[in-house]
Ligand binder design. Sequence first.
Ligand SMILES: O=C(O)CCC(=O)C(=O)O
Ligand SMILES: [Fe+2]
Length: 296
Amino acid sequence: MTMMSAVRPGASEASRLARHAIVDLLAHGYVILPDAVSAAQIDAVGAEMGPYFAATPRCQGDFYGWQTTRVGGLLSKAPSVQRLVLHPQVLDVVETILAPSCDCIQLNLTQGVRIHPGERVQAAHRDEEMWPCETKVKPWLVNVIWALTDFTEENGATLLWPGSHNETLDRRISPQRAIAARMKRGSALLFLGALTHAGGANATESPRDGIIVSYCLGWLRQYENQYLTYPPEIARAFPKALQELIGYRMHRPNLGGWQGRCPKGVLDGEDAIGPHIDALPPAIAAELKAHYGEVR
Ligand SMILES: O=C(O)CCC(=O)C(=O)O
Ligand SMILES: [Fe+2]
């Protein structure tokens, strides 16, 4: 056994952990993956985020908070976040939950959240509230909060209302029912977009830092406009998997195109003058073929 395999789960161990995580996430609405990345990886993210947390003014608003600093567009500001977004076990869990309801999942946002000393408890909410649709039969969003500092009850660990994803939203839900997502830095909290939760109050002298990585169904409007945040000249340098996650990909049938073709064409320098080309899932393609027969 090598050093690596002694400290890192092998492929089958990782997929067993992912299966457990999926069961917990669906049952309780959240799950914590302890030590999901190494201290070195979290150090790198923290070092890249430091100057942005320091330079960005505090938020303004009763949702965002008044003693909180938020930073968006992390894939280019803090490139180490790219590895968090592409974390294989997290992606495995998220895809299992969201992929059945879309052609492909997408990145909804990346956001650094620094809760400063003195910040009050955020109002209870659901992250799926941004899409004003009464009933959502299946999950539309899975959020991940990566702990850059330890999360404690005292410093503002995210508050969660276990099981609330099966209830209707109650903004005045009892605080007694909430639990604090205590976790060590390098751990990841995953929760469903329908789970009632809130950023915690920070009663300590030090900031609480986290990174939100949010994934959603590929046919929804993204919270963070990914194409303005990562225009082609920036996105071109990203790994293909990341380009696709932010939306440089067609969502079949025929959604999110550029000039009637796959938006990846922009990154590849394709000519804007060209044919519209069907991007259909196999079932619809077969239906249309059956409708017309083989003759074109
Ligand atoms: O930072 C946190 O703990 C949670 C923040 C949150 O829920 C949000 O901003 O939507
Ligand atoms: Fe939230």
